[in-house]
Design a protein around this ligand. Structure first.
Ligand SMILES: [Zn+2]
Length: 114
């Protein structure tokens, strides 16, 4: 199989603010996940088993000023963006009920909320 090399990748003019950098990172990781899935499909076109429901999750909390809602991004524990100790469904459910906090599913692994 011929593999194309990228010799002249242009330098990207990136924004310097975190919200847009997070958005660009999410877009790139989503693209990477999509491309990896397409490569796996091309390498082994047998039908896949149904998507599994994760048993462990990771919550990555974003920083928030005092008094503001703290947003946690929920990942399947094996998501490439997940960091920290995996937690079980009961912990995720307890965090979802806490005042001043909000849990959003990761846009890359898109886990089912327990
Ligand atoms: Zn994720």
């Amino acid at each position: 199989m011929a593999v194309t090399t990228l010799e002249h990748v242009p330098e990207l003019p990136l924004p310097d603010d975190l919200p847009r950098l997070y958005t660009i990172r999410t877009l790139l990781l989503t693209l990477l996940t999509t491309v990896n899935a397409a490569i796996e499909e091309a390498e082994d076109p047998r039908p896949r088993a149904a998507a599994r429901i994760p048993r462990r999750w990771c919550i990555n909390w974003r920083r928030a000023p005092a008094g503001h809602t703290r947003v946690g991004v929920l990942h399947a524990a094996d998501c490439m963006l997940a960091t920290g100790q995996p937690v079980d469904a009961r912990t995720v459910q307890a965090e979802r009920r806490r005042d001043g906090r909000r849990i959003e599913p990761c846009e890359v692994c898109d886990p089912q909320l327990p």
